[in-house]
Design a protein around this ligand. Structure first.
Ligand code: UD2
Ligand code: MN
Length: 226
């Protein structure tokens, strides 16, 4: 930013690529679910967001373009201010998981990334080495290489292990942050109704509605019934 408060692009200069390590990270974040938070508060704290929850840095060219996908059903109350400053070509997250350190960057890496490595619900350790649940990121190339996510799981469980096996069988390995940077908290909840352990199959869905909010794009789909 120059003296007149303009950035390079406003002054008509060529912008440089953003640095590999974001300069304004703070490290550990305080994540307490007792603090009241509303989407209006998050909206007012993020005035630079473009419709649909898009963002690009004004002072440099972003190194990656990342879509952060949060699949959810009947969990609107869990949609809190998640970390929008970070994320990968494709980064997926449970609706109820909040990162506790902003150095855990939700972007894509040279290998498929597992980001939720140390969760309060598992005593801040991996439940098992092959665990790939919670939050993960893949580049478009990595995603195509594993032929996408399995879309034939209904109910709870199994799909994360399936993705792990797809990655392994394509000769890739999992990359992870260390267990301090990879800490996250899960909003406590009971198992949802109609989400019993019960894998069955389907492929088709219908887009019902697309809503562009300042903070996010909400795509409502009908996936039918098992
Ligand atoms: C674990 C994994 C999760 C997934 C799941 C098995 C963790 C932290 N996460 O989640 O990644 O592998 O097991 O399927 O271990 N959801 C809804 N509505 C529903 C049901 C699920 O929105 O009725 C979404 C929502 O984004 C939720 C996610 O699916 O966070 C995972 O479901 P969960 O939170 O009920 O299950 P959990 O915590 O055991
Ligand atoms: Mn959960």
């Amino acid at each position: 930013t120059g003296p007149a408060g303009m950035n390079a692009s406003q002054r008509g200069e060529a912008m440089e690529r953003c640095p590999e390590d974001p300069p304004r990270l703070v490290g550990p974040l305080r994540v307490e679910f007792t603090d009241p938070i509303t989407l209006d508060l998050v909206r007012s704290e993020n005035p630079a967001l473009l419709p649909g929850g898009r963002y690009k840095p004004p002072e440099c060219i972003a190194l990656q373009k990342v879509a952060l996908i949060i699949p959810f059903r009947k969990r609107d109350e869990h949609l809190r201010g998640s970390n929008l400053t970070t994320a990968s070509t494709l980064s997926t997250s449970d609706v109820d998981l909040i990162p506790m350190d902003d150095r855990n960057i939700y972007k894509c890496y040279s290998q498929p990334r597992h980001l939720a490595v140390s969760m309060d619900k598992f005593g801040f350790r991996l439940p098992y080495t092959q665990y790939f649940g919670g939050v993960s990121s893949l580049s478009k190339e990595q995603f195509l290489k594993i032929n996408g996510f399995p879309n034939n799981y209904w109910g709870w469980g199994g799909e994360d292990d399936d993705i792990f096996n797809r990655i392994n069988s394509r000769g890739m390995s999992i990359s992870r942050p260390d267990s301090l940077i990879g800490r996250c908290r899960m909003i406590r909840h009971e198992r949802d109704k109609q989400n019993d352990p019960n894998p069955q199959s389907s492929l088709s869905y219908q887009v019902i509605n697309i809503e562009k909010d300042q903070l996010f794009t909400k795509i409502t789909v009908d996936v039918g019934k098992p």
